[in-house]
Design a protein around this ligand. Structure first.
Ligand code: 7RM
Length: 635
């Protein structure tokens, strides 16, 4: 039996038990059979959550770019590695084969070397979703430079903070980017950011929109002419298993962003293994994850996981609404996509458009649907299942984090029976547990509390760049000897996990612990409602009371708002109980969201508490403009 590809539920349980009973033996087998090593490890695992310290495959030597590319050349040279779908649907898609990717990554790696980039240097990549983005990350990996990809929708301030925190000397960017009907002046944003970044010596600029930009002499260089003269052969740097591969910033609930550090071998083994199984990828499948490579989802499941498996991975430059809301389905139809991975926020936005936008397209190629990023509400789950999967494609509601590097709790499609809004079972090798507020583990089924992980998995982030103390405090100090996720979860009667949302989203009303997610689910069942977010605000009697922000499918909804409020509270009362009824319901045109689509409850909470003196930096939001409007209409 090959443990690498799980095909039945019994097999899942059997392999899971093996992975927990003897993790070292288990991961060693996976690592040995499916990857290319320059030298094997001396020790599989060394760990201590108290320090905290985790080391996988110590002593091993490898290069992840060889695993993503070179290793496939013998059998897959002419297979499409990256299928690039441009913003404009009238432009041709680009099929980059493994052979071409090999040459382009090597050229890019040689350009970086020529610019003086060395092993261990940090390289900031601020590039939109064009092939150069994936190629730049792989080129860094090839020469052992640590990439720090910053999502190309972030502001100059956010970019500058990230460049300075990890002390990058070089920035890779483009003249601009396309976003639906708009263009964005990326280079202008870089110029503004660099006024605050003294350490940056070089900026490499890819040409995308052919705009008229200024190039600072001595600092800025066009990328293409350098690539044109670079050799397409570049020997891969030999890396130690625990050498950092990349830094990726994730925003904390307070303070400056945390630069999560992922290392080479463990990250590679885990993302590759989860990709294969969580998506049931087969050799000729076309896989598409709609995330941006600027997020961990893109790092692990557009670039590294798929390419390590020799997969065809779609990279989409545009947005779901351009030229119209049928774009995702148009792409699925056009490229015969087999696995489709997206976020609940996108599903809800598309569901709002009605099924006409879906019905125009042939979606019969789809075999697996994925969801990630936040809890998927019932309503969205069913819409996805019925209209996109036609009740034939299992939905994998996959829970994980920037910090975990790879998928942690997920159904395995065609293996684990799904249940709406449940991430279901831990992935192989993952040992979750549920803790109460006092630090006691809640054993058995039908329990609810805080989600922790007891034992290291290969792709756990090793530290926060430049601040190991903060890493320790954030993840290893709340519960002894455990990794604390910051999320709440429940385990049902059969052992399935449901993520109830960030623990800071738990609101205590008259002594009852209420998670925001189930209340939002109930509200979203109302046919007029598009999205909702619940926060707490101080209340004389109840301690906290509930404040709901609701957006309607038809924002011009002429119905009486008072009636709508009653209907919404009736629904909550029916689904959860009268205790969860909302004291205040504010209708709004938009909810503040992060660029990756997570609702910023922190801001909504402050507004509901009427404490708007310090909302924090809202410039990195997707839609900062809605904040003022919400404040103006607060109840
Ligand atoms: C992959 C990613 C992590 C946080 C995490 C959760 C939430 C992610 C799910 C989910 C419920 C899911 N990384 N989250 N996936 N909540 N169900 N399937 O999103 O670092 O950007 O965010 O996202 O709160 O802690 S992330």
């Amino acid at each position: 039996m090959s443990n690498y590809h799980i095909k039945h539920l019994e097999e899942y349980y059997q392999v899971y038990r093996k992975s927990v009973n003897n993790p070292e033996r288990f991961w060693e087998e996976i690592a040995e059979e499916h990857f290319l090593w320059r030298k094997k490890w001396d020790k599989v695992l060394e760990w201590d959550f108290k320090k905290p310290e985790v080391k996988w495959f110590q002593g091993a030597e490898l290069n992840i770019s060889e695993n993503c590319i070179d290793r496939h050349l013998a059998t897959r040279a002419n297979k499409t590695a990256i299928l690039f779908e441009p913003n404009n649907p009238d432009d041709d898609a680009e099929h980059i084969t493994y052979k071409q990717l090999y040459h382009r990554v090597n050229q890019f790696a040689n350009v970086l070397k020529a610019q003086g980039v060395k092993k261990g240097d940090r390289v900031c990549i601020y590039v939109p979703m064009i092939p150069e983005l994936a190629i730049a990350t792989l080129a860094c990996a090839r020469i052992g430079a640590i990439h720090s990809v910053v999502f190309a929708g972030f502001s100059a301030t956010a970019l500058a903070t990230r460049i300075n925190d990890s002390d990058c000397k070089i920035v890779i960017t483009s003249d601009g980017s396309y976003r639906g009907a708009k263009t964005i002046d990326l280079k202008g944003i870089v110029d503004e950011a660099l006024e605050r970044c003294e350490g940056v010596e070089t900026v490499l600029v890819a040409k995308r929109i052919h705009s008229n930009i200024t190039m600072k002499v001595g600092r800025d260089k066009w990328l293409q002419p350098l690539l044109d003269v670079a050799s397409n052969q570049c020997e891969a740097e030999v890396m130690q298993a625990e050498d950092p591969l990349f830094i990726l910033y994730t925003s904390g609930s307070t303070g400056k962003p945390k630069g999560m550090v992922h290392t080479t071998a463990g990250y590679m083994v885990y993302t590759a293994y989860t990709f294969k199984n969580a998506f049931q990828y087969r050799e000729n499948d076309v896989y598409w994850c709609t995330a941006d490579i600027g997020w961990i989802t893109g790092h692990s499941y557009i670039v590294y996981g798929p390419l390590c498996n020799g997969a065809t991975t779609v990279m989409f430059e545009g947005v779901p609404s351009y030229p119209d809301y049928g774009r995702f389905w148009d792409i699925v139809d056009k490229h015969k996509v087999n696995q489709f991975y997206t976020a609940p926020t996108a599903i809800r936005a598309l569901a709002k458009q009605g099924v006409e936008m879906v019905e125009k397209y042939d979606l019969s190629s789809l075999k697996v649907l994925g969801s990630v990023g936040e809890p998927i509400n019932e309503e969205a789950w069913h819409w996805y299942n019925e209209n996109i999967g036609k009740k034939k494609s299992p939905i994998i509601d996959s829970w994980w984090q920037t910090e975990t590097g790879g998928i942690m709790i997920t159904p395995i499609p065609y293996v684990t029976p799904t249940k709406p809004t449940y991430a279901t079972l831990p992935f192989i090798g993952v040992q979750p547990c549920i803790m109460d507020e006092h630090g006691k583990e809640l054993k058995g089924n039908q329990v609810e509390g805080r989600l922790c992980i007891k034992f290291p998995w290969p792709s756990i982030a090793r530290t926060i760049w430049g601040n190991h103390q903060r890493y320790k405090e954030t993840y290893f100090s709340t519960f002894e000897n455990m990794y604390f996720t910051g999320d709440g979860a429940l385990r049902d009667e059969v052992g399935y996990y449901r993520i109830t949302g960030r623990v800071d989203d738990v609101i205590i009303v008259s002594g009852h612990n209420l998670g925001t997610a189930p209340i939002e689910d109930a509200i979203n069942e109302h046919p007029a409602v598009a999205e909702s977010a619940i926060v707490g605000f101080p209340h004389d009697v109840k301690g906290s009371a509930l404040y709901g922000y609701v957006t309607l499918k038809d924002s011009g909804e002429s119905r009486n708002q008072e009636n709508l409020r009653k209907e919404i509270n009736q629904l909550i009362s029916d689904r959860i109980g009268p205790i969860a009824k909302l004291n205040k319901i504010q209708f709004t045109d938009g909810l503040p969201k992060t660029r990756s689509g997570k609702i910023m409850r922190r801001i909504l909470r402050k507004i509901a508490e009427k404490d708007t003196s310090n909302l924090g930096d809202i410039s990195t939001l997707l839609n900062p403009e809605c904040v003022q409007d919400i404040m103006d209409n607060v109840l």
